[in-house]
Design a protein. Structure first.
Length: 442
């Protein structure tokens, strides 16, 4: 029988939960993120890309203009609100490019010539949360502004391939397409509208609307019932002029010369409105429906469209959660690392004072230290502290009890292999620890 509980006595204060689709990063997963961030930092440095950080909140117009009104993001996914104090229309950024371009224009960064830039941070989209799809997620992205040639498209794709290699990810497939230029898309659009009008009864509701606003986006539909119709639609590639084809072929030739396999996917149109010429995506089969881990392309019209002096540009963005998930399923996450090198044990009072001083000296010397702090603010048995030292992953324990302190000493104990323990003068603890660490790595 269960105990009878008096409900009057257990008036619990209700807890407050996080927002649906917005996740905490818990300590157990922090090391994976740090690892990924390090790899990304090294990658950008290897190619001469500079870091640029924009605010999380922008004027809504940045995304309306920068992404395009007839896109999933602007139509239904943005967290927009009015600033209660001054009535400004604001939006939590749903992606990085539009805001970065806003900043580049505002700060006149292209004044001295082209720029290679990168960014990372949280993005916000009101979507149905599921595996690999969240309402707050994180992107890493690179943008090269002021470069017109196919060389930069190829460089950026090489960076992606290098990244998958660095992260130990195999089987990430590259798909590539060319969206040509506006006039070529206009011709294609005419043919496309004629085709879809002829088959209007097969269009779903979203596509009926897009037929009037942005028929190219019908090709992006994920509705399975639409796939046969889409398959038979006129292909943009057949409408490309000489210049566009030359650019596309040059990108492919550079990729081939660098042994980067890619598949031309004539149906790849990308979700955002501002792309032209090269577009590409990296796709994996390992993550179910959310298989696109990164994508991007050329967006030559955007800078002018955002109010800057016309300049060509190219970039791609990656979903960090999806990449980490892929690393998890393919077993390429790094081993978790120990929290610290040394765990310091004491018995409170003067031994605490001495322990804290020693811990600081160790940190001055670059050693990572956890100092035992008793949960009840009093002290704890030697045994329970040793258990904590063990669980911390520390390689050494430094023990300062009353007996040790009376002799101006500490005990230095190896925790992982030998278990060896020896007395060390308090003044020489730092030296002894460093000798031990260096000795162990030799
Ligand atoms: P999808 O087709 O999966 O909705 P998208 O075309 O909307 O992706 P982009 O705007 O190109 O995505 O963003 C680049 C990358 O960011 C995507 O390839 C994906 O890895 C990631 N991403 C996009 N939306 C989300 C989300 N809601 N949650 C987690 N990652 C996301
Ligand atoms: Mg999307």
């Amino acid at each position: 029988m269960t105990d009878q509980v008096n409900p009057a006595k257990v008036q619990k204060i209700p807890k407050i939960n996080g927002v649906r689709g917005m996740n905490d990063l818990l300590p157990a997963d922090a090391a994976q993120w740090t690892h990924l961030e390090h790899v990304l930092r090294d990658l950008t440095r290897a190619y001469g890309y500079e870091f640029l950080r924009t605010p999380i909140v922008e004027a809504t117009a940045v995304f309306q203009r920068g992404i395009g009104e007839v896109t999933d993001i602007v139509e239904k996914e943005m967290y927009s609100f009015e600033d209660r104090l001054n009535g400004e229309q604001l939006t939590l950024r749903p992606e990085g490019t539009a805001a970065l371009v806003r900043s580049v224009i505002e700060n006149n960064l292209l004044y001295e010539g082209p720029k290679r830039l990168w960014y990372t941070g949280p993005m916000f989209r009101h979507e149905r949360p599921q595996r690999g799809r969240y309402r707050q997620f994180h992107q890493f992205g690179i943008e090269a502004l002021g470069f017109a040639g196919p060389d930069i498209d190829a460089e950026m794709i090489l960076m992606g391939q290098r990244l998958w290699d660095e992260l130990g990810l195999q089987g990430v497939r590259l798909e590539i397409n060319s969206l040509g230029q506006a006039n070529e898309r206009a011709e294609h659009r005419t043919a496309l509208v004629a085709y879809f009008e002829k088959n209007q009864e097969q269009l779903d509701e979203d596509s009926q609307r897009r037929l009037l606003t942005n028929p190219l986006r019908i090709l992006d539909s994920k509705n399975p019932a639409m796939q046969d119709l889409i398959e038979g639609a006129p292909k943009l590639l057949d409408f490309l002029g000489e210049e566009s084809l030359k650019h596309f072929e040059a990108v492919q030739a550079l990729l081939k010369a660098n042994n980067i396999p890619c598949k031309i996917n004539p149906r790849l149109v990308r979700g955002l409105d501002y792309y032209n010429l090269t577009v590409f995506e990296w796709i994996t089969e390992e993550l179910g429906a959310q298989g696109t881990i990164a994508g991007g392309g050329r967006y030559d019209p955007l800078i002018e469209r955002m109010g800057g002096k016309a300049a060509p540009a190219c970039g791609w963005a990656m979903g960090m959660e999806r990449v980490l998930e892929l690393m998890k399923v393919s077993g390429s996450l790094p081993e978790p690392q120990a929290q610290c090198d040394v765990f310091v044990i004491h018995q409170g009072g003067e031994t605490l004072t001495a322990a804290m001083i020693i811990a600081e000296r160790l940190r001055n010397a670059g050693v990572d230290v956890i100092l035992f702090c008793p949960p009840d603010g009093q002290t704890a048995s030697f045994k329970s502290q040793m258990k904590k030292a063990d669980a911390s992953g520390a390689t050494y324990a430094v023990i300062i009890g009353p007996d040790e302190l009376a002799k101006d000493e500490a005990q230095l104990k190896e925790l992982r292999s030998s278990g060896e323990q020896k007395a060390v003068a308090l003044d020489s603890v730092v030296e002894a620890v460093i000798d031990a660490i260096v000795g162990a790595t030799e």
